[in-house]
Design a protein around this ligand. Structure first.
Ligand code: FDA
Length: 503
């Protein structure tokens, strides 16, 4: 692995695939480019210099997915699996490896079957989480699902890496609510929970997408939501006491009632007098009425001064629109594409509040970039109750909050400048975040942490531990052992795939 690439083997490979479907788009096909671009949200990876797949396959059946695995394996080509295309490093549709690859794009495998009496749903990986939210609430407005904030994310990648959203404090991650799955493994076999065994089932619920096989469908547990939830978004500049309020939030955000999540979004703003300042936005949902929200806030966070006029009582599905800043629910159903931009992100976890006297340094560093955002998601609640080895996601009890450093820009010429700022910011934050290892969220994939260099000579090494332990802590070794059993030849290889470890 790999076989040498030649035009004739390429042609035979395409023939092998085409016996099963006409959903194969080679570089000569007029639809190739539009299908490739259709779910790329990060313009950094849509340049002419980004490596391109030999073909994109959009299967309609699981049998076709199986044939993509067997044909690719026989011809020595790699497969990149794409569901929603939101991977931060573009790894679901591009490759740094020299081996020819195809993109297996699951966008046409997106059925959602809901059993509201049992409070479960089977959802195919090519659905977006927005579609899942929409159809669940159409079926029963008192049911919901705890997953991420951005509705255009694909179910496939999101559940594979965890899935962190507004209901995390009450119900944990999306992956914590998976009860069965169907995966197509490196031998092209389709396996459900029973057939895949408990270790592989453990691995696919948070061990990151792309390493163990192609998860074509997930059975998820739906959760009950009240008729109305309460939301608010309150913005405070530094001049309005934003820094002190953030400081207070650090110590209480993970200790509030599980029914309440207050996340914090920090970004540059204006003082009104024309100068730049920092805005601290408290963005929140409470699973209950405004009256009860105000009582809870008065007890635990009176300094914020929340009033009834700041809050709205809306349905759970409307809260999805509130956080995503969407106009109406049809946008969820219709898979409105995400606005494309240049962006970059990194993440950290905080286990002890950042000292109040150091906060001004952070605000100053933020003001050195044009458009940075810090998004802080509190943990605690349900997250404290799930053991750190229960799933591959280890950042559980004792983690106060996750920080996502995110930045966007308009022009490719500015990329180096912004990427440089991000690396400095990450270095500057070292004293204030988790250590040994410095934890990171795998769904915010970051190749600066390190990458596999050679598919044929990859092992569970010190180098892999460098990035693997950041995502998975001590669970990285178990993931590598599972990989060693289910994919010892490393067919599902990419820049940060789990390396196989033989027991
Ligand atoms: P994509 O298709 O790019 O896949 C991501 C990875 O999973 C790739 O390695 C891919 O090969 C693999 N993969 C995809 N489908 C697979 C399948 N069926 N079987 C096996 N492997 C598969 N996260 C979060 O937790 N909370 C949030 O609120 C947000 N918000 C958010 C907003 C925006 C604008 C972006 C771009 C991203 C987020 N994320 C997020 C991160 C998101 O959860 C993460 O990027 C997911 O992996 C995206 O899943 P997709 O299927 O869209 O990606």
């Amino acid at each position: 692995f790999p076989l040498a690439f030649s035009q004739s083997s390429n042609d035979k490979f395409i023939q092998c695939l085409s016996q099963n479907s006409d959903s194969v788009f080679t570089q000569n096909n007029t639809q190739y480019s539009s299908i490739l671009q259709s779910t790329i949200v990060n313009l950094r990876f849509s340049a002419s210099t980004t490596s391109k797949p030999l073909a994109i396959i959009t299967p309609l059946t699981y049998a076709h997915v199986q044939s993509v695995v067997t044909c690719s394996k026989n011809f020595g080509y790699r497969v990149r699996i794409r569901s929603g295309g939101h991977d931060y490093a573009g790894l679901s549709y591009s490759s740094h490896d020299q081996v020819p690859f195809v993109v297996l794009d699951l966008q046409k495998l997106r059925s959602i079957n809901i059993d509201s009496s049992k409070k479960t749903a089977w959802v195919e990986s090519g659905a977006t989480i927005g579609e899942l939210y929409y159809w669940v609430s159409q079926n029963n407005k008192n049911l919901g699902f705890p997953a991420g904030v951005c509705p255009t994310i694909g179910v496939g990648g999101h559940l594979s890496g965890g899935g962190l959203g507004i209901l995390v404090r009450k119900y944990g991650l999306a992956a914590d609510n998976v009860v069965d799955a169907r995966i197509i493994d490196a031998n092209g076999k389709i396996l459900d929970r029973k057939a895949m065994g408990k270790d592989l089932f453990w691995s696919i619920r948070g061990g990151g997408g792309g390493s163990f096989g192609i998860v074509v469908a997930w059975k998820v547990k739906l959760i009950s939501v009240p008729d109305k939830v309460s939301v608010f978004s309150l913005s405070k500049t530094l001049e309005q006491g934003g820094s002190d309020l953030f400081n207070k939030w650090q110590s209480i955000g993970s200790k509030l009632s599980k029914y309440l999540l207050i996340r914090v979004i920090i970004l540059p703003g204006s003082t009104g007098g024309g100068s730049r300042t920092i805005k601290v936005i408290f963005n929140s949902m409470f699973l209950g009425t405004v009256d009860n929200l105000l009582k809870t806030m008065n007890n635990s966070f009176p300094e914020l001064g929340l009033q009834a006029k700041d809050c709205s009582e809306i349905s759970w599905i409307e809260s999805i629109l509130f956080f995503a800043n969407y106009p109406d629910t049809s946008v969820l159903r219709d898979r409105k594409p995400e606005a494309r931009k240049y962006f970059n992100a990194k993440s950290d976890y905080v286990k002890a509040p950042i000292p109040k006297e150091r906060l001004q340094d952070i605000w100053n560093w933020m003001l050195e970039d044009d458009n940075p955002i810090l998004i802080m998601e509190p943990h605690g609640g349900r997250m404290d109750e799930i053991g750190e080895t229960s799933t591959p996601y280890p950042h559980r009890k004792g983690y106060l909050y996750n920080i996502q450093y995110f930045q966007t820009w308009e022009n490719s010429d500015a990329s180096d400048k912004h990427l440089g700022w991000m690396r400095r910011m990450y270095t500057n934050m070292t004293p204030y975040v988790s250590k040994n290892p410095r934890s990171t969220y795998v769904n915010y994939r970051d190749l600066d942490l390190g990458e596999n260099k050679n598919a044929n000579n990859i092992s569970y090494s010190e180098a892999a531990m460098q990035w693997g332990s950041k995502y998975f802590g001590n669970n990285f070794r178990k993931l590598a052992l599972v990989k060693g059993v289910v994919d010892p030849q490393n067919f599902f290889y990419f820049e940060q795939s789990i390396p196989p470890l033989k027991a």
